[in-house]
Design a protein around this ligand. Structure first.
Ligand code: ATP
Length: 350
């Protein structure tokens, strides 16, 4: 049993083309730059905006067929939503918020309330049942929104940046909890994540949307090991090169060339970890096969290290320790030698 979606839709000038199959018990994360179509995709699956062509099926039931007026309303789709702004009813108590869905699906008041109470217990919020949403922290409100979605016993759970209302200090804990709740839910789950950590921590597979199209789908190791676009490489913190390989040499668009180990000839993608980029004040002696001189474009702090950006002749990022940065006299405009071993660049057909 699963979600099988294959559809197109247009919103003004924007065109979305989405196809994915997600199994029950599986979480697919949608990632992509702003405006890529992630929210539109969830809205279409939930029946909030119409598709133009194609179809959406859930557990063998057709939810919508494009252009045919065959479209189930959102409340007939067995879909639960958690939106980034959560959209809790401010005038209802927490327990009434959670009971609202079951109630509007025909459950009597007492049963709906008892189901809501059960869900509040599961997300650890029993003692907040009578509060108003305005009296909750971001993390508590997020748990209420999740309980409210799950209380309707959906077959498909759609979460649009569910952790965005939560401050950084509470995020890690809430992410762990959310993963547990997702694992305990046996339906299909789709989550829009802005942050790579959220996507990779919460999902079994990740689909990358760019410009309204799915450009890559895979598990975390597949995506991290073989990013197919600059956006994905940036997301996972890697340098990505796209060029043409010939006899172990990768020619890049600006005219630069890298020596790479074992790569078939033809269009090629190659990744390089920023920590594998060595920086020197003087031209290094010895074995690295790729050595060139470049000027520092920018330096940014990254937890215990510094990320150093170079724009030409090969655009890349290097990561160095604070100690090394001092020795190198690092700063924008500094001219340095860059060395990369051919074996540190992993290349694959592009
Ligand atoms: N209500 C709307 N009416 C018309 N166009 C819309 C509407 N909502 C979104 N769009 C357009 O659809 C495109 C995709 O937007 P969408 O919100 O789906 O992207 P997203 O990937 O979720 O972006 P973000 O990460 O910024 O939330 C954008 O170009 C946007 O301008």
């Amino acid at each position: 049993m699963s979600l099988v979606a294959d559809f197109t839709l247009a919103r003004g000038d924007f065109a979305l083309e989405f196809a994915a199959t997600v199994e029950r018990g599986e979480t697919l994360a949608l990632v992509g730059p702003n405006g890529a179509g992630k929210s539109s995709c969830l809205q279409a699956l939930g029946g909030l905006i119409p598709i133009d062509a194609g179809s959406v099926e859930l557990d063998g039931r057709q939810l919508e067929r494009g252009g045919s007026r065959q479209s189930l309303a959102p409340d007939q789709r067995r879909v639960g939503f958690v939106f980034q702004d959560l959209l809790l009813f401010p005038h209802l108590s927490v327990v009434e918020n959670v009971a609202y869905g079951p109630r509007s699906r025909g459950l009597d008041r007492r049963s709906a309330r008892s189901r809501a109470t059960e869900w509040l217990e599961r997300v650890g919020l029993s003692e907040f049942a009578e509060r108003r949403p305005g009296e909750l922290s971001g993390g508590q409100a997020q748990r209420v929104a999740l309980a409210r979605a799950l209380a309707c016993e959906p077959a498909l759970l759609l979460l649009d940046e569910p952790l965005s209302a939560v401050d950084a200090s509470a995020r890690a804990e809430l992410r762990r909890e959310l993963r547990q709740h997702l694992d305990a839910f046996d339906g299909v789950r789709l989550i829009v994540a802005h942050d790579a950590i959220d996507a990779f921590a919460l999902a079994d597979r990740v689909a990358v949307l760019e410009g309204g199209r799915v450009v890559q789908t895979g598990t975390t190791p597949q995506i991290c090991g073989h990013p197919r676009s600059t956006y994905v490489a940036d997301l996972v913190g890697l340098n990505l090169f796209r060029g043409t390989a010939s006899a172990g040499h990768l020619s890049l668009p600006g005219g630069a060339e890298l020596v790479v180990a074992s790569v078939p000839d033809g269009p090629t993608l190659a990744v390089l970890h920023p920590r594998a980029v060595a920086l020197f004040r003087e031209r290094p002696q010895g074995s690295p096969r790729n050595v060139w001189r470049s000027t520092v474009a920018a330096v940014e702090p990254a937890i215990d290290r510094l990320r150093v950006r170079f724009d030409a002749p090969v655009p890349l990022v290097a990561e160095v320790t604070h100690g090394a940065a001092q020795e190198l006299g690092l700063g924008p405009g500094a001219a340095l030698w860059i060395a990369v071993k051919a074996t540190e660049i992993s290349a694959y057909s592009g």
